[in-house]
Design a binder for this molecule. Structure first.
Ligand SMILES: Nc1ncnc2c1ncn2[C@@H]1O[C@H](COP(=O)(O)OP(=O)(O)OP(=O)(O)O)[C@@H](O)[C@H]1O
Ligand SMILES: [Mg+2]
Length: 339
């Protein structure tokens, strides 16, 4: 049995749209106008024990909505899901004790209490034995380097410190499944790194199933073995991150350093990404990399040459950009995978 299973999971939000003006309000009383958003559209996937999966997609793609359904905060419009064999929106307490949802944009801790007391409340809610609680909180706060912040009011903590407390709070009942919705949002580079490091170690030690959304590709690259990519409510990729690069990036980057200044027109070799008198970075179609490299080596005084993959951020950005453009041109095929 998979730890998490979604089958044709679909969520249509119905929002009431008020018409403008007084007449609109009056009409609204009689005949309400609804707008429908198909936020999640027939999403299916399976996640097994111990997996750390990244959930990627542009703003509004449907990631949070999927996580909310898997956490039982929302009922789906149609479709089905199982988390550890339970139907999440039935909100069985056996399941509640085995998973956690952390939302980087929302607060789960009590704002007006010191962190320690706020965690205490959650201890009471989950009915966790005190000794065990002390051990877990002690261990986590040390790992996250916040032992000296436990008595600070939550609202006085820095964003990074608060996020670390939120993580502790999400883990005090030692869940088997962790849903992380942008846990590093807004954090500085050092705190992001800390949180990532923590998540990596924690996942390895506890083999906890983790589904993580983040707009920081570094989180995804460093932590996850597999990614689900969603856009407009539909999953269009499920596999290792490097396959996205193989499949969707038709280019490589060639970087050349010259022995002396070169004044050649490099545009005929590929797209010039960066140019100085003694170096150039070129984006070249995959199939032409060898040919172009050879030609450049023959014609220029090259002191160094380096061929790299297009950075994953760039691939993702292009990918979503292209999908958007293609959607705006309805006559053309949406199929990108064929390229
Ligand atoms: N409560 C709601 N009522 C109506 N529409 C909603 C509601 N929540 C989300 N939506 C809409 O559903 C779609 C998916 O939203 P969702 O929050 O799941 O996206 P997301 O992938 O998490 O985006 P982001 O990366 O910006 O967090 C969006 O079009 C959003 O406007
Ligand atoms: Mg979201």
């Amino acid at each position: 049995m998979s730890a998490i299973e979604a089958r044709d999971l679909t969520k249509v939000y119905r929002t009431y749209r008020k018409e403008r003006g007084l007449w609109g309000s009056v009409k609204g009383l009689v005949r309400r106008k609804y707008e429908q958003t198909r936020a999640v559209d027939s999403v299916s996937f399976q996640i097994d024990e111990g997996e750390f999966v990244g959930f990627l997609g542009p703003n509004g793609a449907g990631k949070t909505t999927v996580l909310k359904m898997l956490s039982g905060l929302l009922n789906p419009t149609s479709g089905d899901a199982r988390v550890l064999g339970f139907v999440p929106w039935e909100r069985k307490s056996e399941l509640k004790r085995q998973f956690s949802l952390l939302m980087g944009q929302k607060n789960a801790l009590w704002w007006d209490l010191p962190a320690q007391e706020s965690l205490e409340l959650n201890r009471a809610i989950y009915g966790i034995d005190r000794q065990r609680f002390n051990k877990v909180v002690g261990g986590l706060s040390e790992l996250l380097e916040v032992t000296d912040k436990m008595n600070v009011m939550v609202r006085e903590l820095s964003l990074g410190e608060r996020m670390k407390m939120e993580l502790i709070s999400a883990l005090i009942h030692e869940p088997r499944i962790l849903f992380l919705d942008e846990p590093t949002i807004g954090l500085d580079v050092v705190s992001q790194q800390r949180v990532r490091q923590f998540l990596r170690v924690y996942n390895q030690e506890h083999r906890i199933v983790t589904l993580l959304t983040s707009h920081y590709m570094q989180d995804i690259q460093e932590l996850t073995q597999r990614v689900l990519v969603i856009d407009h409510g539909k999953i269009f990729f499920d596999g290792p991150l490097h396959e996205i690069i193989d499949r969707f990036s038709g280019h490589k980057i060639i970087t050349l350093t010259f022995e002396k200044a070169e004044t050649r027109d490099f545009a005929r070799f590929g797209e010039v990404v960066d140019l100085t008198p003694v170096s150039v970075r070129l984006k070249v179609p995959r199939a032409k990399v060898t040919e172009v490299s050879r030609e450049l080596l023959d014609h220029c005084h090259v002191s160094d040459i380096n061929v790299q993959e297009v950075p994953v951020e760039e691939v993702i950005r292009q990918l979503f950009g292209e999908r958007r453009e293609q959607r705006d041109r309805p006559n053309e095929s949406l199929e990108l995978a064929a390229r």
